[in-house]
Write a protein that binds this ligand. Sequence first.
Ligand code: DI6
Ligand code: FE
Length: 384
Amino acid sequence: MQGVIAQGAVAVQGGGVVWVGPQADLPAAFTAWPQHDLQGRLLTPALIDCHTHIIHGGHRAREFELRLQGASYEEVARAGGGIVSTVTATRAASLGDLIAQALPRLDALIGEGVSCVEIKSGYGLDMETELRMLRAARALGQLRPVRICTTFLAAHAVPPEYKGRADAYIDDVCIPALRAAHAEGLVDAVDGFCEGIAFDTNQIGRVFDVARELGLPVKLHAEQLSHMGGTALAAQYGALSVDHVEYATDADAKLLATSGTVAVLLPGAYYAIRETQMPPVAAFRAHGVPMALATDCNPGSSPLNSLLLAMNMGCTLFRLTPEEALNGVTRHAARALGLTDTGTIAAGMRADLAIWNVETSAELAYRFGFNPLHRRIFGGMLCN
Ligand code: DI6
Ligand code: FE
């Protein structure tokens, strides 16, 4: 946060911010413009959820019950549940089904002042369904006043038909699907899951090489359940972000600082799978690694549909300050998506803003289970 302006004013024109500062300093040129009095409410950049899997078929309440009985997230995955069970449900869903099932999730985020949502593929794991997920993501951006960033995540899990043949899956499905999705304009970034239950650094590196060839930025689910070296690999490719990073080290933090990569913290997953290893927040701070926060909204490890709750969890579970939490869902979240025109309130930026019924910005992270949004402004338009 660059700071709070008491009695501030923002001038908006053509969907963008043209001036911001103390109302007393408002240039004469703007004083005759129509004015909207916020009556002392807090105005922030609209929020950005930079890591979600909101497009998927079905749910995993049964897996939740199994984990309550003592099964671990990895055990469920290895027994054929986990991501693969959502793949079955997603393959069975039509484009219309995927859109219809995702809309309430998207609306819940928008209702909390979110203007931009990243959506990953990764529950298709075949050419057709990966493309269908990404088409559904693009369609959502036409159906609601919100910006959607799409991320190709076919390197998410090995599908049952390739069990034990992860390399063949990367070559036969993942890379051809990436090329096809890119040719259709469906890919804003490329992601992978670097983990013992998913792919190793060599396999992810092969996908990243194709991303680089296509001119696409990369990001990575790294060091979520163990230390696999994904963070160092991602840094080597100049990744936009590494996500989860509970098991990242001080040396990893140094690499991220050098590569300018954002660490995306996902406290919903940490909470839901009852992880006990905290991400190295102190090392990220010490080395100046920007930290973002996101919901990771997905049917398995993080059925969390509230970015405000993710902010509270970031503070309560990871000891972020409320200011870091707000930066984590605005400016650093924008950076994790490679966006330079949103996430802060400044002349030249898009007018994506949120108006809150609170007195201080710390209140946004402090309460949980309560939504203090007053109104949202998307591209200069006053909406919900
Ligand atoms: N890590 C996650 O948190 C999601 N994907 C991933 O690689 C979880 C996916 C799931 O459990 O369905
Ligand atoms: Fe995820």
